[in-house]
Design a protein around this ligand. Structure first.
Ligand SMILES: Cc1cc2nc3c(=O)[nH]c(=O)nc-3n(C[C@H](O)[C@H](O)[C@H](O)COP(=O)(O)OP(=O)(O)OC[C@H]3O[C@@H](n4cnc5c(N)ncnc54)[C@H](O)[C@@H]3O)c2cc1C
Length: 358
C-alpha cells in the first residue's frame, strides 16, 4: 500500500503472496496518531478521550492532539485488496510460501518452485526465534467479544484503554472497552504472561468484567476474537541481503506494549522513502535506547518485581498522557524519557536496567 501510495513504482512488477485470502474479521487494530494517514478512510471509530483505571487511580484522559483510532481487520483487507487489484503491475497469488532465500539470487519457494525477484519483503515468521541471554519472551493474549445491549450502556465518546479492575492472579491482566456506539462495544480481556489460559478462563474473565465492573447483566455476543502477540526484546533480523523483513517478523511489534500497527506503517513508509531516494530499500536500525527501555520493562514484568498494574498506573498517573503516548511511540527525547522513568519505582527498574547491561 505504501508502494502504491508513493506513485513511483508503476514500472515494477510486484507479486503479493499470501496463503490466506483474508475474508475473516480476525482482528481489530487500535493505535493513536495526530495526523490523518494512509488508512484514515477505513477508521471506523476514533476517540480523543481514554479511560484508565489502575491502582487507586482512575481518570478520563484527554489525549488531544492524538486520536485513538480503530480499524476492523476485514475493512483493512477489503480496502487494500481493492486498491491492489486496480494496479496493473501487481499480481496476487494465494499460496503458501515455503521458503524465502537471498544469497546470490533472491526469491521465494512456492509449491516447490522458485520465484525470483530483485527484492522480497517478508512478513512471515517461519519459526519462533532462538532466544539468547537477557532475551525475554512473554505473551500478550486476549479474547474479545463484540456485545450488544438493549439499553444505552456505553459512553461512546471515550474508549477504555486499560482497566485493571480484574483479577491479577494469572499475570498482569486488564480489560479494554471500545464502544462503537452507546449499545455496542468490543470488550477485550488481556493478559501479559508466559502461558496461555484455557478458553473458558478468558470467557470467565470477560463475563466477570462485564457484570461486576460494567454492571451489564443482559447482552448478546455478536462477534468473538482471540489473539496472541509476542512481547519480546529479541532483536528480529532486519533481513538478509535483498530479503527485507517487515511487520512483526521485521521487529515492528513494540516489545513492552504489543502495539505494532503504527510501527509497521512507519517502517514500511521508511522503506519506500529509501527506495525513492536511494533506489534501495534499506532503512536505519531501530533505536537501541528504546530497545533498552523495552528490555527493562519486560524484565520487570516477567520477574513481577513490580506488578504490571502498578507500573502502568504510575506511568499514567504521574505523566501527561501525551508524553506517555509519545514515549510508547519511541518518539520522546532523552530529557522527556528521564522524567517518565523517574516517575516509576526506582529500585526495581534500576536493578532490571543493570541486569540488562551485564
Ligand atoms: C487479534 C490481534 C489483534 C491485534 N490488535 C492490535 C492493535 O490493536 N494494535 C496494534 O498496534 N497491534 C495489534 N496487533 C498486533 C499487530 O498489529 C498485528 O499482529 C499485525 O497484523 C501484524 O502484522 P504483520 O504483517 O506482521 O502480520 P500479519 O498481519 O499476521 O500478516 C502476515 C501474513 O502472512 C501470511 N502468511 C503467514 N505465513 C505464510 C506463509 N508461509 N505463506 C504465505 N503467507 C503466509 C498470513 O496469512 C498473513 O496474512 C494485533 C494482533 C492480533 C493477532
Amino acid at each position: 500500500m505504501h508502494i502504491i501510495h508513493s506513485g513511483r513504482f508503476s514500472d515494477k512488477k510486484i507479486l503479493l503472496i499470501d496463503k490466506n485470502p483474508k475474508h475473516a474479521n480476525d482482528r481489530t487494530w487500535c493505535f493513536w496518531e495526530k495526523e490523518k494517514a494512509l488508512f484514515e478512510s477505513i477508521v471506523c471509530k476514533q476517540w480523543n478521550k481514554l479511560w484508565f483505571h489502575g491502582e487507586n487511580f482512575s481518570g478520563q484522559l484527554n489525549i488531544g492532539p492524538y486520536q485513538y483510532k480503530m480499524i476492523r481487520g476485514i475493512d483493512f483487507y477489503e480496502y487494500c485488496f481493492n486498491v491492489i487489484r486496480q494496479q496493473k503491475n501487481f499480481d496476487i497469488l494465494f499460496e503458501e510460501v515455503e521458503q524465502v532465500f537471498s544469497n546470490n539470487k533472491t526469491g521465494v519457494v512456492v509449491n516447490g518452485q522458485k520465484i525470483f525477484a530483485d527484492y522480497v519483503f517478508n512478513s512471515i515468521l517461519f519459526e519462533k526465534p532462538k532466544l539468547q541471554k537477557n532475551d525475554y519472551w512473554m505473551l500478550q493474549h486476549f479474547k474479545g467479544w463484540v456485545i450488544e445491549t438493549a439499553e444505552n450502556s456505553f459512553g461512546e465518546n471515550a474508549a477504555t484503554l486499560m482497566d485493571f479492575r480484574t483479577s491479577q492472579n494469572s499475570g498482569t491482566a486488564f480489560c479494554y472497552v471500545l464502544p462503537f456506539n452507546s449499545k455496542n462495544a468490543l470488550v477485550e480481556y488481556t493478559l501479559f504472561s508466559p502461558q496461555l489460559l484455557e478458553q473458558e478462563e478468558y470467557d470467565e474473565g470477560l463475563r466477570a468484567y462485564i457484570s461486576d465492573v460494567l454492571k451489564i447483566s443482559s447482552y448478546t455476543i455478536l462477534e468473538k476474537e482471540f489473539g496472541v502477540i509476542p512481547m519480546t526484546n529479541f532483536k528480529f533480523p532486519a533481513g538478509q541481503n535483498n530479503s527485507i523483513n517487515i511487520g512483526t517478523a521485521g521487529g515492528q511489534t513494540k516489545g513492552s506494549s504489543g502495539y505494532a500497527f503504527n510501527f509497521i506503517q512507519k517502517h514500511s513508509r521508511a522503506i519506500v522513502d529509501a527506495l525513492m531516494q536511494t533506489g534501495k530499500p534499506f532503512t536505519g536500525q531501530s533505536s537501541s535506547r528504546f530497545h533498552f527501555y523495552d528490555s527493562v520493562l519486560l524484565k520487570v514484568l516477567s520477574d513481577n518485581s513490580v506488578p504490571g498494574k502498578k507500573v502502568f498506573t504510575d506511568l499514567f498517573k504521574n505523566n501527561p498522557v501525551q508524553n506517555v503516548l509519545k514515549f510508547l511511540d519511541n518518539e520522546t527525547s532523552l530529557s522527556e524519557e528521564l522524567k517518565i522513568i523517574s516517575s516509576l519505582p526506582t529500585l526495581p527498574f534500576l536493578k532490571a536496567g543493570i541486569r540488562q547491561m551485564i
